[in-house]
Design a protein around this ligand. Structure first.
Ligand code: AVJ
Length: 370
């Protein structure tokens, strides 16, 4: 692997935009949504009455945080069994944009730690491409006593990352039994450099973030995560569920086409971003937000549809649009329990327990390594 010269964000945005807008059909990657304004709009989306995902998942954490930890530490043990854990554990998270939900689990973890007099602190390891998202995660963690945070700036889809399998002891010496990912040799290396006992890792991948990725990409993300985990570790995957008798397609569609138009503004904001960062000349009023259900692929698609024939300039390139032609800006895959279980199994995990809300809209699936 050669070491590429680091390129600026703008160049990354430019490459992405040109590749997507010159392909047929036209596409833009959903990560382009998240400039400052886009991140603010996404926060607003999570509060919309139509956007059930965030509040449903949060309710699952509020109700089941203790069950999730119990099941992680003692899979299959009856809930009535006195809780006994000889060890502490660490909680890692792919992405860090879920403070209100993750906070519920971290609080439960530190309560458990206090109740069972686990000696070392609980370690929380958020991994995110955004330094400001990590800062928010660090602030959250700082407000919870008994928690140590170790954040990592990395794009968990494309860049190497590390999961720490030990926590600081009370004497303050850092744990050393960490695993690092050696991208040169593309294999995990263990450095059992101290007698610090290895702690179990619970990796969170929540918020239905996995929904943005194709089945192949999802598989690759989970496989890579699995390669960092060891026996006894587990993944908690949060995913939005496919339509069912309890969950009409209309409910899902409304979540991506809200009455207030916040999702429309979120989608259209990507054009404003390209205008600003790449000096493009999109007339945002000549595009409209469209959300579609694609039943074949079990996904919501978001598009930006051109209202008329037009030409847009972007970094010296002319991009022409026919009337009604769209830019496909996002996929949000919706899963059946069977599809989730198959994906997890294929990726080297064994599903141990799924937590559902009463309408079976959303699933938190706990899956262990074997
Ligand atoms: C952040 C990917 C989970 O797909 O529901 C919300 C993004 N897009 N409204 C989702 C999103 C439109 C969201 N995820």
């Amino acid at each position: 692997m050669t070491t590429a010269t680091p390129i600026s964000l703008n160049e990354t945005v430019l490459n992405e935009a040109l590749a997507g807008l010159t392909s047929i059909p036209k596409t833009l990657s959903p990560w382009l949504f998240y400039d400052q304004r886009g991140s603010d709009l996404f926060e607003q989306i999570t509060d919309l009455p139509e956007y059930y995902l965030t509040r449903t998942e949060r309710a699952l954490f509020a109700t089941h945080a203790d069950d999730i930890l119990r099941e992680f530490l003692s899979p299959g043990a009856p809930a009535t069994q006195a809780f006994r854990s000889p060890n502490t554990f660490t909680i890692a998270e792919l992405g860090a944009g879920s403070a209100s939900k993750t906070g519920l689990l971290l609080q439960a973890a530190t309560r458990l730690q206090a109740a069972t007099r686990l000696q070392p602190e609980i370690l929380y390891q958020p991994i995110d491409v955004s330094a400001s998202a990590l800062e928010a995660a660090e602030n959250l963690a700082a407000s919870i006593p008994g928690l140590t945070v170790q954040s990592q700036v990395a794009n968990y889809v494309t860049e190497p990352y590390t999961l720490q399998h030990s926590v600081a002891s009370n004497s303050g010496a850092p744990g050393l039994a960490s695993e690092t990912w050696d991208s040169q040799n593309a294999r995990a290396i263990n450095s059992p450099a101290s007698s610090a006992p290895r702690t179990r890792v619970l990796a969170l991948y929540i918020g239905s973030s996995i929904g943005n990725f194709s089945p192949e990409e999802s598989h690759a993300i989970l496989r890579r995560l699995r390669s960092h985990l060891q026996p006894g570790d587990a993944l908690l995957l949060g995913a939005d569920l496919a339509p069912s008798s309890h969950k009409p397609v209309a409910t899902i569609l409304a979540a991506y086409d809200d009455a207030e138009g916040v999702t429309a503004a979120f989608n259209l904001n990507v054009l404003t971003r390209l205008n600003r960062e790449l000096d493009a000349d999109f007339n945002v009023d000549r595009f409209v937000h469209r959300a579609r259900w694609n039943g074949n692929d079990s996904r919501i698609e978001m598009h930006l549809e051109s209202l008329l024939p037009q030409v847009v300039h972007i970094a010296g390139h002319r991009i022409s649009f026919a009337q009604f032609e769209t830019i496909h800006t996002e996929n949000s895959y919706k899963f059946t329990d069977e599809a989730l279980s198959a994906l997890l199994t294929r990726s080297g995990f064994t599903p141990t327990r799924t937590f559902h809300d009463p309408t079976r809209s959303f699933a938190l699936t706990l899956a262990h390594t074997v």
